[in-house]
Write a protein that binds this ligand. Structure first.
Ligand code: ADP
Ligand code: MG
Length: 314
């Protein structure tokens, strides 16, 4: 028996909305991950890219508009690939430094990861995944006219662009990720839910105009790696029912059955908390001894020791 395996999913919203913020946030974000490595867990890290992929696409759109002949088009899948590098590079170096400072010598490596989606996934007809910065209603209206993008109001925090978010089917580089992790390296994989691709003729892959939810992709990664824990680190300490209302109630230890009942009641906002709870349920139900945890970034260690967070088990 090897060490217990954990997939830790870092929230894109906890990584800051520009490079300066990100470098600061990542310095703190890697500490709880280093704690888990120090405790002897085999850790694979995934991360979100919602705010970042939107910013990258905005930048690329400006470039295309300025130089239409030189830079005609940057597909969303390419923007996700860029975001894996932009975020992974930072996590990789900060985590390496944090481990070195603790006397732990391990390689930290980011694997550019593609994730297969179904081209006929109904999600392509119904965009739900918020990307980019939070906008005021006026800013959203102006962009809607200019670019034909779809916007929604996101959990009381402002308006955001939404794109299609198909379900992850398979992780193309899973063999590489598994080999590296089993050799004792720390791997960062499936960033931003993975680069969405569809399978074509001769098994060739083609980038797809979508952003896969990183919580669902992290769940798939955790199952495929045969992990014991899936830890989803985000901006709230607990998932809650009656969220934001006077009778809000934080959820602690709950069963997958209870979680499913709350999902059906519409207790979790789609595109933010709902995919986390769905991912947690799926993981908990995939094998009896598997547990998923949703908590605040800084509370990862307390969460895994059963002191806080929302824990979902079979
Ligand atoms: P991440 O970037 O970590 O994926 P998201 O913004 O996508 O974070 O999702 C976490 C957010 O979900 C919380 O910060 C909170 O604002 C929102 N949220 C929506 N519904 C709930 C709920 N029922 N309980 C807790 N948080 C919720
Ligand atoms: Mg999210």
């Amino acid at each position: 028996m090897g060490n217990k395996k954990i997939v830790v999913a870092l929230g894109g919203n906890a990584l800051g909305s520009n490079l300066v913020e990100q470098m600061r946030s990542v310095t703190d974000a890697v500490k709880p991950i280093a704690d888990l490595i120090e405790e002897g867990y085999e850790v694979v890290v995934s991360h979100g890219n919602g705010p970042q992929v939107g910013v990258i696409q905005d930048a690329m759109t400006l470039l295309s508009r300025e130089y239409p002949e030189k830079h005609p088009h940057f597909p969303l899948s390419v923007c996700t690939a860029m975001s894996q590098g932009y975020i992974g590079y930072d996590i990789q170096n900060k985590l390496r430094e944090e481990l070195l400072d603790r006397g732990i010598h391990k390689d930290v490596t980011c694997v550019l990861t593609q994730v297969e989606v179904d081209p006929d996934d109904p999600a392509f007809q119904n965009p739900t995944k918020p990307i980019g910065p939070f906008l005021t209603r006026e800013e959203a209206e102006a962009k809607k006219k200019l670019r034909n993008h779809v916007f929604i109001e996101d959990a009381g925090r402002g308006y955001r662009r939404v794109v299609a978010s198909p379900k992850p089917i398979s992780i193309i580089e899973i063999g590489t990720i598994r080999t590296l992790a089993e050799s004792g390296h720390i791997v960062i994989a499936a960033g931003g839910g993975g680069i969405p691709v569809t399978r074509g003729e001769n098994n060739h892959l083609k980038g797809s105009p979508a952003v896969i939810d990183k919580d669902l992709a992290s769940e798939l990664l955790a199952e495929e790696l045969d992990a014991d824990f899936l830890i989803i680190l985000t901006a709230v300490e607990n998932a809650a029912i009656n969220y934001g209302k006077p009778d809000e109630q934080k959820l602690g230890d709950i069963t997958a059955e209870e979680a499913k009942k709350y999902i059906e009641e519409g207790q979790f906002a789609p595109g933010s908390m709902r995919p986390k709870v769905e991912a947690a349920v799926k993981f908990a139900e995939s094998r009896p001894e598997r547990t998923a945890l949703i908590t605040l970034l800084e509370k990862a260690r307390d969460g895994i020791n059963g002191k806080t967070g929302t824990r979902i088990h079979a």
